[in-house]
Structures are given as structure tokens and as C-alpha cells.
Design a protein around this ligand. Structure first.
Ligand code: PLP
Length: 383
């Protein structure tokens, strides 16, 4: 039977047709006026999406590159860094800082739960001499489907001078993140999730406090040097040859987001999450994250008793053309993850639930066909 592919993973995500078409253009000179005009328009658009007045710097890289840029531009070897981790990506941010010689203190929370602002405030209160230079946070922990409350975590800093650095790779432009209003010093993200373009671009935005720290930071850097990127940005350029096609795409993707309206984009992501969770519940499946911390971008689902997560993914992919993500590290084969970030419509959730019902039934689970879809339809129609 003909299959229509559905990429229901939390990145890289589906790219809208109009963005793909915008990318399908001949190269232009990246040191010429046409590029300069485009890049200045993009930079202004990115500031709106980051909800900041500060410059947003682009690095041709994966999201991990943006995290590395964040670390080497803010810190010096030996700096005490408090790395708040709720899963794989919190651990990665910590590991990058440690690899560059920071003195990393982990604050771990059980996978599937969110970071507790009270615990953070308590730790900072103990740090009377202000030895902690930076706090690393993950907005949306993609490995567990948990959204951390960045506003509350940033508030927990109180009067402590530590810099707040946020990994927003799977959250920026999918859920509210007010860099300036919430006093976040650095936000890092990547291109391949809510920004709805292919992988290949990392971004960081730094406020004035972050730039002051940058001037003092001693970690080695050449490619990741934010000064070089900022200097070029003033001329509407990048220091090194940029992926021009991705910027063609980004111009169009920013238009897509702004035509829908950023607030509406956030509402849509929450609705997708609620539809999916109601559908899963009707099928007797349990998400890893509790409702109050559930991510609007990705849902991690516990494999039902006696059925391996990988078998569900395989059947969904091979028979129905729906690609789901698996569990990472300690969650491997214990969960599967449904990405609903970026170019995802409510109808995509209905298709996912309908096929999941069939796959689970074929794998031996007692499922009432249509019950998950019905529960999701109710949420969709209420909206
Ligand atoms: N941080 C988070 C929260 C992520 O979800 C990801 C990717 O899924 C990354 C960092 C790393 O991004 P990349 O795979 O582009 O390096």
C-alpha cells in the first residue's frame, strides 16, 4: 500500500513546502548587497523570536555547536558552574563545560521530572562568596518530554550574580521564552526543530552581562568566537562562508511563524500536546512526564507492559510510514517519543494516534480502535 511519510520525531522536523521552495535557489555572493539585505532582515526576525533586543549570532553548526559556543564564550577554565540536568541534554551541556575545564557541579533531577527552582535557590543561597559563575539550564528536555519552568528558575537566582545560560534547542519558537523579560543572559538554539528549516544552524543570543563575561572568558576559541560573529553581523555578514541556502529557508520560515503569530504558535504546540496526551490516556498508555511539566514539543511514552518500544517504532515505520523517536541512554527501549514540534498540524496527531492504535493492537495490546483518536478529536474541537 502507498505510504505517506510522517516524520514525528523531535528533530530534524518536517520543513514546510514554501520553505523548501525558498531554499531551491542559485547561490549568491555572501559578501554582496543581496546577502547583506537578507541577513539583516533575518537578524531582526530572530530578535523577535528570541524576544530580545540583543543580537542573535548564527553559527553553521548543530545545536550542540551552539551549546559549545555558549560555554567557551562565557567561561574560563576552573570556573564553578552549576549544571542543572533533567536528562540527556542537561548532561551534555554539563559535559561540554567540563571538557573545557570548568569545575562543574551537577544538580540532577530524576528523568521525567522537572528542575525544582526551590532547590536551585537554596544552593545559590549557600554560595555566599558568589563562587558560582554560571547556571546551565535546559528549557525543554527532549529526552524525557519535560518542560522546565525557566521563568521560575531564572527568578530563583535572586540577587546572585551567576549568569543564566539556557539550552533552548527544542523549545525556542515552540514555547514562550522571554529572554529579556526573564533576565536570561544567554539563549542557545538550533535550526532543525521549531524554526522549521533543515539542520545546520546554531544560534546564541547574549545580553549585556553576557558580553561583559565574554570579554573576560579565557576558554580557547576561534570558530566559536562570538566577537568575530558580532563584528561581521554589523556588516550584514558572517565571518566564514555561511550555508546560504539555509538562510534562504530561514527568511521564509520566519515569515511562516510570524504570519501564524508567535503566541498562536505556542498555543498550537500546547494543543498538539494535549490532544496526544488525551489520546494516549484513552488507550491506557502512560506518558513519562506528569501533566504539569509536559512538553508542548515532544511526548515520551512508556512502552506498555510486555511490548518493547522498539517493536512499536518498527511497526509504525515499516507498515504505516510514521517515524517515531526512541528512548536515549537509560530510557532506551523503555519509551518511545512522539515529536510534535515545528511544522505539525492537529491532523498529524490524529493520524499518529490512529496508526498507533492499530500497531498496538497488532502487537497484542487490548485496544479499542478509535478511542484514542476520539479523545484527541474532542480536544481539537474544543480549540
Ligand atoms: N539540546 C536539546 C534540548 C536538544 O533537543 C538537542 C537535540 O535534540 C540538542 C541540544 C542537540 O542538538 P543537535 O543534535 O543539533 O546537536
Amino acid at each position: 500500500m502507498l505510504q505517506k511519510p510522517y516524520l514525528m520525531v523531535p528533530g530534524p522536523t518536517a520543513v514546510p513546502e514554501r520553505v523548501l521552495q525558498a531554499m531551491h535557489r542559485p547561490m549568491i555572493n555572501h559578501r554582496g548587497p543581496q546577502y547583506e539585505a537578507m541577513f539583516k532582515e533575518i537578524s531582526a526576525g530572530l530578535k523577535r523570536l528570541f524576544q530580545t533586543e540583543s543580537d542573535v549570532l548564527a553559527f553553521p553548526s548543530a545545536g550542540t555547536g551552539a551549546l559549545e559556543a555558549a560555554v567557551v564564550n562565557m567561561l574560563s577554565p576552573g570556573d564553578l558552574v552549576l549544571a542543572v540536568s533533567t536528562g540527556v541534554f542537561g548532561d551534555r551541556f554539563a559535559e561540554i563545560a567540563a571538557r573545557y575545564g570548568a569545575n562543574v557541579e551537577k544538580m540532577d533531577f530524576a528523568w521525567g521530572t522537572a528542575a525544582d527552582p526551590v532547590r536551585l535557590a537554596e544552593r545559590l543561597a549557600q554560595d555566599e562568596n558568589h563562587a558560582i559563575k554560571a547556571i546551565l539550564l535546559t528549557h525543554n528536555e527532549t529526552s524525557t518530554g519535560v518542560m522546565n519552568d525557566i521563568e521560575a528558575l531564572a527568578k530563583a537566582r535572586g540577587g546572585h550574580p551567576a549568569l543564566i545560560m539556557v539550552d533552548a534547542v527544542s523549545s525556542l519558537a515552540a514555547m514562550d521564552l522571554r529572554m529579556d523579560a526573564w533576565g536570561i543572559d544567554l539563549v542557545a538554539t538550533g535550526s532543525q526543530k521549531a524554526l522549521m528549516i533543515p539542520p545546520g544552524l546554531g544560534f546564541i543570543a547574549m545580553n549585556e552581562r553576557a558580553w561583559a563575561a565574554q570579554a573576560e572568558a579565557k576558554m580557547p576559541k576561534f570558530y566559536w568566537d562570538a566577537q568575530a560573529v558580532k563584528k561581521s553581523l554589523a556588516k550584514g555578514q558572517n565571518p566564514y562562508t555561511p550555508p546560504v541556502s539555509l538562510f534562504f529557508g530561514l527568511t521564509e520560515a520566519i515569515k511562516c511563524i510570524e504570519e501564524e503569530g508567535l503566541a498562536n504558535v505556542f498555543t498550537r504546540h500546547r494543543r498538539l500536546r494535549d490532544m496526544l496526551r488525551q489520546g494516549l490516556q484513552a488507550l491506557g498508555l502512560e506518558p513519562l512526564a506528569a501533566s504539569d511539566v509536559a512538553s508542548p514539543a515532544v511526548t515520551a511514552v512508556k512502552a506498555p507492559e510486555g511490548i518493547e518500544a522498539k517493536k512499536i517504532q518498527k511497526l509504525m515505520r515499516e507498515k504505516y510510514g510514521i517515524t517515531l523517536a526512541g528512548g536515549q541512554k537509560q530510557l532506551e527501549n523503555k519509551i518511545f517519543r512522539v515529536g510534535h514540534v515545528g511544522y505539525v498540524a492537529a491532523t498529524d496527531i490524529l493520524v499518529t494516534l490512529a496508526t498507533l492504535e492499530m500497531a498496538l493492537s497488532e502487537l497484542g495490546m487490548a485496544v479499542e480502535l478509535g478511542s484514542g483518536v476520539r479523545a484527541a478529536q474532542k480536544v481539537m474541537m474544543e480549540g
